[in-house]
Design a protein around this ligand. Structure first.
Ligand code: NAD
Length: 484
């Protein structure tokens, strides 16, 4: 039997949300939620098995094939989505506390992520006002009605780094489209997601429309391969994305993928540093660098490298790193021990490759308990280095000098990823001209952010498709022409 740490402040769950009710799991297997703040087990949730997946898919199938959900009008569905949004808002304090304890995100990060979830549900609840589900079409020798219909049962699989928001960004549009959902969150951060399940339950959706069951990757793979699933919407690593795409290929399965990133900020010769630092400093470090869209490469004119590195080092050394529950802490631990080890390994690789360590590089003094890594900057990084090409998913920034703006654009586009980015120049027009040449799904012009209520997603191996707004909903629709 599991002994929870005495200081545990977050709830445990012993049931799965399937078919509109909290039900006993098929086995007594549990996921132990380990706090990265101190390495202690702070909660448990059921570890769903294949039998649970069968049950969840059957419930979603029944709700889709025979239930009212896909047959309601988009406006009727929207009233439920608005209600879920309200129920989520009520639970934001509890979700934030859970997220901080299970993943290690400081309050400021946790608040931003959960506020994004609120925005996502508001977006989902208003999509029907901005989208044409049916329209008359005519052509040379005929006419008819073009109908956009829900694809069917959607399998939603997400990672741990912002699960309530990442889940909401998929489930909201899936429901707006009329799909039903089997939702498998990651085992590392399931408690805040169980609270999302409670919010969905409180909104009173018809039974089986959303089913929530945390599990590991093998069970995730079983869900992806399930013949009852019509659409897979996945967020996670590019490695897993490839496996998932291969797994659905046999049945020509519908798939949307939101994967990794190695996003670049380009600073031009003439941009004043004070215009850059307010957004750049935290753009690579938020959630300890565990953000897919993080700006982890900073491309600077060679003549300005020392100026930029100096300013960033000063800013990073001034950031409070520590227990994310403490006031003023900006950087908590990495989410898991394996994540910490991976980041430290990459720091070792950077040193071996000849990059210059400008600050950080190890475990912060006094924070040996828990999974902390210092905010780290490498300078003199070149495009062939692994630390410049591979996603580290930690607080490690690569400053890369360039000689011409053409070279900067080329470096920015030189990885297999294309998720986010930013261009900082003395004027917006010049920055925009450069931004148009960067192959990435979102890009900031003299700013940076992740806009989750407009299309978000990746070029190249950062993913397939877009989430957010009606483009996100379209990923859960099929198109039918009825000829008359
Ligand atoms: P991961 O890919 O290992 O796991 C993500 C989720 O997928 C988990 O729920 C896991 O159990 C499940 N999973 C893994 N392999 C699977 C398989 N073969 N079949 C079905 N399910 C499977 O990723 P991680 O290390 O947990 O998360 C970090 C990664 O997620 C990073 O690469 C990051 O960039 C990416 N990410 C991307 C976005 C985005 O929107 N582009 C957002 C957040 C995180």
């Amino acid at each position: 039997m599991t002994t929870l740490s005495e200081s545990s402040v977050i709830p445990s769950y012993d049931k799965l949300f399937i078919g509109g009710a909290w039900v006993e799991p098929a086995t007594d297997r549990v996921i132990e939620v380990v706090s990265p703040i101190n390495g202690k087990v702070i909660a448990t949730v059921p570890d769903a098995t294949e039998a649970d997946i069968d049950r969840a898919v059957a419930a979603a199938r029944e709700a889709f094939d025979h239930g009212p959900w896909p047959r309601l009008s988009p406006a009727e569905r929207a009233t439920y989505l608005a209600r879920i949004g309200e129920e989520v808002v009520k639970r934001i304090p509890a979700m934030s506390e859970a997220f901080t304890n299970e993943i290690g995100a400081p309050a400021v990060v946790s608040a931003a992520f959960h506020d994004n979830a609120r925005k996502m549900w508001e977006d989902a609840a208003t999509m029907h006002e901005r989208f044409v589900f049916e329209e008359e079409r005519s052509w040379e020798d005929g006419h008819g009605t073009l109908v956009r219909e829900p694809i069917g049962v959607a399998a939603v699989i997400i990672p741990w780094n912002g699960p309530v928001a990442t889940g909401s960004l998929k489930i909201g549009p899936a429901l707006a489209a009329g799909c039903t959902v089997a939702f498998k969150p990651a085992p590392e951060g399931p408690v805040s997601v169980m609270m999302l399940a409670e919010a969905i339950e409180a909104a009173g959706l018809p039974a089986g429309v959303v089913n929530v069951l945390p599990a590991g990757r093998e069970v995730g793979q079983y869900l992806v391969e399930h013949p009852g699933v019509d659409k897979v919407s996945f967020t996670g690593s590019t490695v897993a994305g490839r496996k998932i795409m291969a797994a659905v290929a046999d049945r020509i399965g519908r798939v949307s993928l939101e994967l990794g990133g190695k996003s670049a900020a380009i600073l031009t010769e003439d941009v004043p540093l004070e215009n850059v630092l307010p957004t750049l400093v935290f753009a690579g470090l938020g959630n300890s660098g565990q953000v897919c869209a993080a700006l982890t490469r900073v491309l600077v004119p060679r003549s300005r490298q020392e100026e930029v590195v100096g300013a960033m080092v000063a800013a990073y050394q001034g950031l409070k790193v520590g227990d994310p529950r403490e006031e003023g802490v900006m950087l908590g631990p990495l989410a898991a021990e394996r994540q910490q080890q991976r980041v430290l390994e990459y720091i070792g690789i950077g040193k071996q490759e000849g990059a210059r360590l400008a600050t950080g590089g190890g475990v912060p003094a006094g924070l040996e308990e828990g999974y902390y890594v210092e905010p780290t900057i490498f300078a003199d990084v070149t495009r062939d280095m692994r630390i410049a090409r591979e996603e580290i998913f930690g607080p490690v920034i690569c400053v890369m000098p360039y000689d011409t703006i053409e070279e900067a654009i080329d470096i920015a586009n030189s990885t297999e990823y294309g998720l986010s980015g930013a261009v900082y120049a003395a004027d917006d027009a010049a920055a925009e001209k450069i931004a148009r040449q960067i192959r990435t799904g979102q890009i900031g012009i003299n700013t940076w952010g992740m806009c989750v209520t407009q299309p978000f997603g990746g070029y190249k191996q950062s993913g397939l498709g877009r989430e957010g707004n009606v483009e996100g909903m379209a990923a859960f629709l099929e198109t039918k022409l009825m000829m008359k």
